[in-house]
Design a protein around this ligand. Structure first.
Ligand SMILES: Nc1ncnc2c1ncn2[C@@H]1O[C@H](COP(=O)(O)OP(=O)(O)OP(=O)(O)O)[C@@H](O)[C@H]1O
Ligand SMILES: [Mg+2]
Length: 486
């Protein structure tokens, strides 16, 4: 078979070999055996037990089918890597490459006397394409738009999040070595390396998704991978209102708050929707303003025309070249910003963020990891203390109180729904304590039989501390939005 994608030096076709794991040494024992040798069955992730014997038999059949395809894939992948000219691949189109894979695999299957049904063959070819060009078993999950997070706990357990709920997927890696190979492919694409001495890494996938991994022996039961999928169409204010994340009234209030340049902190737990909220809030920023964004992994997608995006950098393998969020922030202050947005404040950059908010860059926004607005304040205090600033607590608090105007709390509730559970204003200091007033909150009323939380958003009856400011800027919010429903 002639192929321009084949390695020029490719020798005669290899005899069928015993199956070895992907990436294993080339020393597969040679032999004429025309059949596949069964690899050890992968440990099965716990799945809900089938109910009837018929279902059990069907599940068993499906499992065997998958194992067989997996084994074939391993062998064919190995052959592809041996036969394909990887340099030529870069210029090949998807169609060319797919037809190439189909022809090499057909040749190999013939040689091994393996007959596959049409759909199995198609699936095998797609998986092979994903192995060669993409991220192997992760590819279908990355393509599935209903999935927002992918969490890998070792090669056999891959969880996905759909509509706020985590579920075990039926996708698996062949073994730890296969998983490590894919991890290596991801991190080497961004010039990083993970190994025993450097066991974890943050990276961004080609499609913009945020990626973190940790490999053994620090990860005890196999490599851990977390991927936050990049959403091309970020949820906007109207989407969030439609999904019940907050109400029209709250949106009106938030519009006034952002437009009148209040300094806002979005607080929330992991995956509670902080970045999404920050991104949606940014849509209220006027197009004439110069906005600078600083993130560890660029996720924000601002719609304004005048946006400068910065992404911090970890040190390279020699431990050099790090550019922290704090470095970016300090530099940003010299770049004449109207507003600064820091994706997540988690360390020493808090000092510069508070200073920026206090010194003319009002309208700045960031997120912090905290479970309620009061905790958010404590978290800011702790971050200041950890940054090594020797300042009396009262002074730290008054810095915070004059820097931050509003804390918006994002929460992921137990039914998977994400809601803005509180909008709280910071109104100043009373003695040593920062005074706050809640304007809107989410009230839980009960639990439906299907596990969904029943609740409603309500105003607390407190009128905004910033009402006059809103009015001066032309935002005449109807007084009714502050009235609670009883
Ligand atoms: N109100 C919402 N309704 C439905 N999905 C949402 C909502 N808010 C956020 N999401 C989705 O939830 C996922 C997590 O959101 P996001 O990245 O904003 O969380 P986060 O708090 O910033 O997470 P992390 O702590 O990991 O940075 C995303 O896929 C996002 O699209
Ligand atoms: Mg985030």
């Amino acid at each position: 078979m002639f192929s321009r994608f084949k390695k020029p030096e490719a020798g005669p076709a290899r005899p069928a070999a015993t199956l070895v794991p992907v990436g294993a040494a080339q020393a597969a024992p040679k032999g004429p055996a025309p059949t596949t040798v069964k690899a050890p069955a992968p440990a099965q992730a716990p799945k809900s037990a089938p109910k009837s014997p018929a279902e059990a038999a069907a599940a068993d059949k499906e499992r065997k089918r998958k194992e067989r395809l997996q084994d074939l894939k391993v062998e064919l992948h190995k052959r592809l890597l041996e036969n394909l000219n990887l340099a030529a691949l870069e210029k090949a189109s998807e169609t060319q490459l797919k037809s190439e894979i189909a022809s090499i695999s057909a040749e190999a299957l013939d040689e091994m006397s393996v007959v596959l049904s049409g759909p199995d063959r198609a699936q095998l070819h797609q998986e092979l394409y994903d192995e060669v060009m993409g991220l192997g078993p992760l590819e279908p999950l990355l393509k599935d738009e209903t999935i927002s997070d992918i969490l890998v706990n070792g090669p056999q357990r891959i969880f996905v999040e759909r509509s706020g709920k985590l579920q075990l997927s039926d996708v698996t890696f062949k073994d730890e070595r296969h998983l490590l190979r894919i991890i290596d492919k991801i991190v080497s694409a961004v010039g990083r390396r993970v190994d025993e001495s450097n066991p974890y890494c943050d990276a961004r996938l080609a499609d913009g998704s945020r990626f973190n991994c940790m490999v053994p022996p620090v990860a005890v039961d196999g490599s851990l991978v977390s991927i936050r999928k990049f959403k091309k169409d970020k949820l906007g204010i109207q989407d969030l209102v439609r999904f019940g994340a907050f109400t029209e009234e709250m949106a009106l209030y938030l519009e006034a708050a952002v437009s009148t340049r209040l300094n806002i902190i979005v607080s929330g737990g992991t995956g509670s929707g902080k970045t999404t909220t920050l991104n949606a809030l940014s849509s209220f920023i006027d197009n004439t303003e110069r906005v600078l964004t600083i993130e560890d992994t660029a996720e924000l997608q601002l719609q304004q025309i005048h946006v400068g995006r910065m992404e911090s950098r970890p040190p390279n393998v020699e431990g050099k070249g790090a550019v922290t969020q704090r470095d970016c922030l300090r530099n940003a202050l010299r770049m004449r910003p109207d507003r600064i947005i820091v994706g997540e404040t988690r360390g020493e950059e808090v000092i510069d963020m508070l200073q920026a908010m206090n010194t003319g860059h009002d309208g700045s926004m960031t997120t912090i990891h905290a479970n309620n607005p009061r905790d958010g304040i404590s978290r800011l205090e702790n971050m200041v203390a950890m940054a090594g600033i020797e300042m009396p607590l009262k002074a730290v608090r008054s810095q915070i109180a004059s820097a931050v105007n509003l804390i918006v709390q994002a929460s992921r509730l137990q039914d998977g729904s994400r809601r803005m559970t509180s909008i709280t204003e910071i109104t100043g200091m009373e003695g040593e304590v920062i005074s706050m007033q809640e304007i809107f909150r989410y009230e839980r009323l009960g639990l439906a039989p299907d596990g969904k939380i029943i609740g409603r958003f309500n105003a607390t009856g407190v009128r905004s501390h910033y009402s006059d400011r809103f009015k001066q800027w032309g935002f005449n919010l109807p007084p009714s939005i502050y009235e609670p429903i009883h």
